[in-house]
Ligand binder design. Structure first.
Ligand SMILES: C[S@@+](CC[C@H](N)C(=O)[O-])C[C@H]1O[C@@H](n2cnc3c(N)ncnc32)[C@H](O)[C@@H]1O
Length: 311
């Protein structure tokens, strides 16, 4: 029988669209900033020639170990790192400004959700962990214990768009007067006492998403990484980003808009050279999964891919 607990399976989302979006050059240098189970990495390697190169990053050591065990391709280098340190890693490799494409496939991988002990799943019992980088100290259990009621409420509201944030936070704090919340199902059961199931949503979906975003500081890491891609990419280099919820997509959308509009010159200044108001990025648009992909892989239903090219 398929051992779900140790599952390593992950269906790559928007696979063809993102690989096509990167416009792979045979001898190019590509960064897969979120290798997960290497699905997209494999796709990039398949289109690369002998002298091409892929640098794979992930903050989850399990992803790096998996890649080491399953790939012996000399064109692939692996680095255990948060993508917010992208340019620190590229500087070490002397690759700043030389990268032909960067892929960021955000969020969590299926193995992270499926392995109960990682604590990401609201319907599998495990320690309330949710750390993507296991070397960090802050788990979801510690965060819930150390945060005030208003911090919890604000986080659930901002990162989970959870309308019942206040009542969930007060229920958590009331419960903690007698007992710490240590397991995922303990938290799920508490949330279920004050949130009714939605049409297609489990009552704990939004809260788990919000806590995960908070303890991994996902939005700050994303913004930092996006800004670094501007220096990392070579001219005509591509950036492809797949997001899974509106909060992430907004950050990517704003980044693209900011850098793809011609720079505004102060009014009244004569335009001296054309270069002075050139944009930094060319917006190549966004793509969503087809109905067919959503049928096969439900996880893809909220995905949005945005692609830009460095001018
Ligand atoms: C959706 S999965 C990627 C799946 C991969 N594209 C594939 O096809 O197998 C997201 C991965 O990104 C990693 N990740 C998320 N945020 C990260 C960050 N800030 N830095 C590095 N890796 C990150 C997660 O640990 C996870 O392995």
């Amino acid at each position: 029988m398929h051992d779900k607990k140790k599952s390593n399976h992950h269906d790559s989302v928007l696979f063809n669209e993102s690989i096509n979006g990167l416009n792979i050059k045979s001898n190019g240098i590509y960064i897969d900033a979120t290798i997960g189970r290497c699905g997209h990495t494999r796709g990039i390697l398949e289109r690369l020639g002998k002298s091409g190169r892929v640098i794979g990053l992930d903050q989850d050591i399990d992803a790096i170990e998996y890649a080491k065990m399953n790939f012996t391709d000399p064109r692939l280098s692996l680095i255990h790192s948060n993508f917010s340190k992208l340019n620190v890693q590229l500087e070490k490799l002397k690759l700043i400004g030389k990268v032909d494409g960067i892929l960021m496939d955000l969020g969590i991988s299926s193995p992270q959700i499926d392995n109960a002990e990682r604590g990401f799943s609201f319907n599998k019992d495990g320690a309330l962990d949710m750390r993507m980088d296991q070397s960090k100290k802050l788990t979801a259990a510690i965060w819930l214990k150390e945060s005030s009621e208003s911090e919890i409420a604000n986080t659930l509201y901002q990162y989970g768009e959870e309308k019942r944030s206040r009542i969930i936070a007060s229920t958590i704090k009331e419960y903690q007067k007698n007992k710490d919340i240590k397991s995922t199902l303990e938290l799920t059961e508490l949330i279920k006492t004050v949130v009714k199931p939605g049409k297609n949503k489990h009552p704990a979906t939004r809260s788990f998403q919000a806590i995960r975003i908070a303890i991994n500081d996902e939005l700050k890491m994303l913004s930092e990484a996006l800004n670094q891609t501007l220096d990392a990419l070579a001219k005509n280099g591509r950036l492809a980003v797949i997001t899974f919820h509106s909060i992430e997509d907004r950050i990517v959308k704003q980044f693209v808009h900011k850098h793809s509009r011609p720079k505004q010159l102060p009014k009244g200044l004569p335009i001296i050279s054309d270069e002075s108001n050139q944009c930094t990025l060319k917006d190549l648009g966004k793509v969503k999964p087809t109905n067919e992909e959503i049928k096969i892989n439900r996880r893809s239903r909220s995905a949005i891919l945005r692609v830009v090219e460095k001018c």
